[in-house]
Ligand binder design. Structure first.
Ligand SMILES: [Zn+2]
Length: 210
């Protein structure tokens, strides 16, 4: 088991980025609603946003039960019927995928039996888990990761617009709120260099006149 820790990379994730003016900025806290197909689901279905287990939504209740049940299996157990070399990274991955797939099929089936569509189930769980800052999100991503990713791609489109660079003609993506952006990053840098040079030239010219 300890060997797994050596194998799995655990890079430090930096939440910073360089903006179009070359300045380092911190990423804002991501809005979990971009993962949802209907961000208002908590208004339409009851029992999602409270922690009182007597009034909890059936999907939330079932998820909590299943997450508890499978936590051990997902993190520590491996299928015993595969007599594979423990030191082999590829085979360890196969083992893990098999375990994940079994859990995924069981959980998706059990939650679907409650009468909601898979999109509704994913929305209910995101709303509950991210809304309450609940840490146990592994099972959600294992079971509904494809739906979350699909929603993210769809929602991202409405935040982003495409712009054609006025200097080089390349198309690139900017956020809707960045209404003034008209050059790609490279051309913007070049443009600023040119402006700086021009400004220096002009100030020299002015001081020569005085
Ligand atoms: Zn350009």
């Amino acid at each position: 088991m300890n060997k797994l820790y050596d194998i799995i990379p655990n890079p430090k994730i930096t939440c910073k980025y360089i903006d179009e003016y070359g300045k380092q900025k911190r990423l804002s806290k991501p809005d979990y609603r971009v993962l949802m197909s209907n961000p208002d689901i908590a208004n339409n279905i009851t029992g999602i946003s409270n922690d009182d287990s007597n009034n909890m939504n059936s999907v939330v209740l079932k998820y909590r039960e299943l997450a508890k049940k499978y936590r051990m299996r997902l993190h520590y157990d491996e299928p015993e019927d595969l007599n594979l070399d423990r030191n082999n990274i590829g085979k360890t991955q196969i083992r893990k995928d098999l375990a994940y797939n079994r859990v995924k099929n069981v959980v998706r089936q059990e939650l679907s039996d409650l009468g909601y569509s898979e999109y509704e189930i994913a929305d209910i769980l995101i709303s509950y888990l991210y809304g309450s800052n609940n840490k146990n999100k592994d099972l959600l991503w294992i079971c509904y990761g494809n739906i979350l990713y699909e929603n993210l791609k769809k929602n991202k489109k409405s935040y982003i617009r495409e712009v054609q660079c006025i200097d080089c003609g390349k198309w690139f993506e900017v956020r809707l709120i960045d209404t003034k952006v008209c050059r790609c990053q490279e051309c913007q840098k070049e443009y600023r260099r040119k402006c700086d040079r021009e400004r220096k030239r002009m100030s020299k010219f002015h001081s020569a006149l005085i």
